[in-house]
Design a protein around this ligand. Structure first.
Ligand code: ADP
Ligand code: MN
Ligand code: MN
Ligand code: MN
Length: 337
């Protein structure tokens, strides 16, 4: 939706609340259909240039209650908690996505009705027989930089026609705002080119990598001296809430988290240093330096970054297990905390 305003705007608080017909989106009943948009974050509009902006909003009933699909509201509450604020949580989100040919529901560059050669030469590959959709990935990168999105890189993925971009490290609620805006820009670009974007976590069955949204995470105490102990305690908490996280990590993720193709089995929590077959990976540098961050490899490409970042902060900063549960989990995971 577009709106014309009388003067350039620098902060979302300068923007009016707005509304739309929630019955057309399945977000409100027809007899009381108005959904109110609260402006929350502003980016430069890479499509129109000039003073034009893109605005990230969240959604409320006329009475001021967040509507059920508004996941930003709860995340913002978590990130406004003083305990969470003082831990300055950083998120680095690796958004994988798959490009499809229009109408056939089959990846870009793949022969229609047949398969390309097996995975191996495509990851970070170059060449017309290995890389499909670079123009899209590059245009997206450029547009995000212009918009002011904290995009930190891109790469071609293991499955041909699949790509990744990274956002972060971003602090708190900003990670979700930036990932959502980057997704929007990506779908606008694919629309212009006539290619279909899917965030399905396992677009092609069989011996083909799925698409995830690895979420790299650290707190102030994890990044400081002695941080490795804090990371281990976070992993322990995460293990105890594995089920709560899995249900919040994206739809169809059970097709992706099989234990194959650089994933861990959906039903089993695991962690390891430099191990890409684990739920949580800790990098070699973090182990060596005794501080740093962890990577949650479970989120699916279609996850909601507000939900995932909020839950990570909640589980590792606000939530406390019972001493008994903690002791049992520590033993099971060989974590001495
Ligand atoms: P991978 O090796 O898993 O492919 P990437 O390089 O794609 O990792 O992504 C790593 C992400 O983690 C980047 O977005 C980076 O900015 C982010 N990151 C780096 N350090 C931290 C940190 N201390 N806390 C949180 N995120 C971090
Ligand atoms: Mn990556
Ligand atoms: Mn990747
Ligand atoms: Mn990763």
């Amino acid at each position: 939706m577009h709106q014309t305003i009388s003067k350039p705007v620098e902060h979302p608080s300068e923007l009016p609340k707005w509304n739309y017909d929630g019955s057309s989106t399945g977000q409100a009943p027809g007899e009381d259909s108005e959904v109110i948009l609260y402006p929350q974050a502003i980016f430069k509009d890479p499509f129109r240039g000039g003073n034009n902006i893109l605005v990230i909003c969240d959604t409320y009933t006329p009475a001021g209650e967040p509507i059920p699909t508004n996941k930003r509201h709860k995340a913002a509450e978590i990130f406004n908690n003083q305990k969470v604020v003082s831990e300055v949580p950083w998120f680095g989100i690796e958004q994988e996505y798959t490009l499809l040919q229009p109408n056939v529901n089959w990846p870009l560059g793949w022969p229609v009705g047949a398969y390309p050669g097996p995975q191996g030469p495509y990851y970070c590959g170059v060449g017309a027989e290995k890389s499909f959709g670079r123009d899209i990935s590059d245009a997206h990168y450029k547009a995000c930089l212009y918009a002011g999105i904290n995009i930190s890189g891109t790469n071609g993925e293991v499955m041909p026609g699949q790509w990744e971009f990274q956002v972060g490290p971003s602090v708190g609620i900003e990670a979700g705002d930036h990932v959502w805006c980057a997704r929007y820009i990506l779908e606008r670009i694919t629309e212009q080119i006539g290619v279909v974007l899917t965030l399905d976590p396992k677009p092609i069955e069989g011996d083909w990598n799925g698409a995830g949204c690895h979420t790299n995470y650290s707190t102030k105490t994890m990044r400081e001296e002695g941080g490795y102990e804090v990371i281990k305690k976070a992993i322990l908490n995460l293990s105890l809430r594995h089920g709560d996280h899995i249900v919040a990590y994206g739809e169809g993720n059970e097709r992706r988290l099989t234990g194959k193709h650089e994933t861990a089995d959906i039903n089993t929590f695991s962690w390891g240093v430099a191990n890409r077959g684990c739920s949580i990976r800790v990098g070699r540098d973090t182990e060596k330096e005794g501080k740093g961050y962890l990577e949650d490899r479970r989120p699916a490409s279609n996850m909601d970054p507000y939900v995932v970042t909020g839950l990570l902060a909640e589980t590792t900063i606000l939530w406390e297990p019972t001493l008994e549960a903690e002791a049992l989990a520590a033993q099971k995971l060989s974590l001495n905390v």
